[in-house]
Design a protein around this ligand. Sequence first.
Ligand SMILES: [Zn+2]
Length: 126
Amino acid sequence: MHELSMADAIVKTAVDVAEKNDAQKITEITIEIGGLALLNPEQLKFMIEVLSENTLLEGAEVNVEEIPIEIKCESCNYEGPTGSEELDHYMPIVKCPECENVSIKIIKGRECNVKNIKIEKEDEDA
Ligand SMILES: [Zn+2]
């Protein structure tokens, strides 16, 4: 499953960063997912929680932010968000909100990144 491999990569990245920073644990992680990344945010979040068991990420708060899709229309030159709020995460159909053309260029929306990681260090409370 797509979410599983993505979640695995995210957990590894987060743990790697935490270890390099001598963190005792990760308290919070924020991930951003584009509407066209073909990922279900809820499932991704769940899988990160499952995979983070027995790692520095265990118990961390997992935030998922969705990046709006932005397109450039090849027909009318419209550039900006698609405006489609209800998007099927597995079969996204993206078209121009101005002229409904489907020949468009995706400017934004395919991303899936770790945006922010909050860590806790041992000496911080001292
Ligand atoms: Zn258009």
